[in-house]
Design a protein around this ligand. Structure first.
Ligand SMILES: C[S@@+](CC[C@H](N)C(=O)[O-])C[C@H]1O[C@@H](n2cnc3c(N)ncnc32)[C@H](O)[C@@H]1O
Length: 311
């Protein structure tokens, strides 16, 4: 697959622009700047009188996005305030900017394509890399630490709960046996162990590598993705102006379930109105052009005008 010069193709871009409808002079938060694909398109519409507040947990992507936002246009397309921050820290960021409310909050979850293939991050089994997976250098425990130190039952729980891995126990047992011989420190060794642990199926070859789920679960655990998303979903609605929009793109069922449930319960308390009862998925054209978009799901909600009054 050919990568764009930015290292990442933004998913569902035109749908996101339609739903968020950025306008001149508004203030938007992009919680996951990445390579600034969405941010740049949003910034151009906010125009110089608008403000884009951008966050990324990864300082390297943050720097790339900052440079891209600065140099793509002859003048910055809008004012920007960019932060090396986790979106679970949104309240602190907005306090630093001195704003109580914004017109839209957007998050495009997970990792960017450049992060997947860059061995600095140790995320992929497509090539041998040191097993790490930390996006934010502030995180203490790497994937190698978890794989070599969690009890086998804890490891099986991580695989089962975060990636619905049905062979979680077998895989955890295999890892337990292997690490008694020597610590597991590389992505290729871990992937080989998972493939050995998973029973071979007869029939047509499998579309996805059996190691995919294990790697996804470990990435989620290392970067505390469930805790961070839960924090964002709890905090974000109170920072929206009336009618302001919250849009989240997720890539796996655990995340999408969290978004769906949080939106629903905020609707029940009168805080949000759900605008997408069913999530929006990429068109077949987008999936053909960018196969990594195939599991993307966009959900959008708007800040309601006030709490529901009981009859
Ligand atoms: C899918 S990419 C975003 C791509 C971006 N929308 C674009 O068009 O280039 C996700 C980005 O979010 C960052 N990230 C992941 N979890 C985060 C979190 N909890 N807080 C802040 N940034 C996070 C990653 O480092 C990565 O740069």
């Amino acid at each position: 697959m050919e990568l764009p010069a930015s290292g990442h193709e933004p998913v569902l871009l035109s749908e996101i622009l339609t739903w968020l409808d950025p306008r001149s002079g508004q203030t938007f938060v992009d919680c996951t700047l990445g390579r600034a694909g969405h941010a740049l398109a949003i910034a151009q519409r906010l125009s110089p009188s608008g403000l884009l507040i951008g966050l990324d947990a990864d300082p390297r992507n943050l720097q790339f996005a900052a440079d891209r936002l600065k140099t793509t246009a002859s003048q910055p397309p809008c004012r920007t305030r960019l932060f090396h921050a986790n979106f679970a820290e949104l309240a602190d960021v907005l306090e630093e900017v001195g704003l109580k409310q914004v017109d839209a909050i957007f998050a495009d979850l997970g990792i960017s394509t450049n992060q997947l293939f860059d061995e600095e991050y140790g995320l992929s089994f497509a090539a041998p890399m040191a097993l790490d997976m930390r996006l934010d250098p502030r995180i203490r425990r790497s994937a190698a630490h978890l794989v070599n130190n969690l009890a086998e039952e804890e490891l099986a729980d991580v695989l089962y709960k975060l990636a619905d891995e049905r062979y979680s126990r077998r895989i955890a047992r295999k890892i337990g046996e292997a690490r008694r011989i020597s610590p597991i420190t590389t992505t290729d060794r871990l992937a080989a162990l998972v493939r050995e642990a998973v029973p071979v199926k007869f029939g047509p070859p499998q579309r996805i590598d059996p190691a995919t789920r294990t790697f996804m679960a470990l990435r989620i655990a290392v970067n505390q993705e469930v805790e961070n998303l839960t924090g964002l979903l709890e905090e974000a609605p109170r920072f929206l102006t009336p009618g302001g929009r919250l849009a989240i793109v997720s890539f796996h069922s655990v995340e999408d379930r969290l978004v769906k449930q949080a939106f629903r319960s905020a609707e029940q308390t009168g805080l949000l109105t759900v605008l997408t009862p069913k999530p929006i998925s990429p068109s077949s054209d987008e999936i053909a052009a960018n196969p990594r978009s195939r599991s993307a799901k966009l959900r959008v909600a708007a800040k309601a005008n006030g709490p529901k009054v009981r009859e």
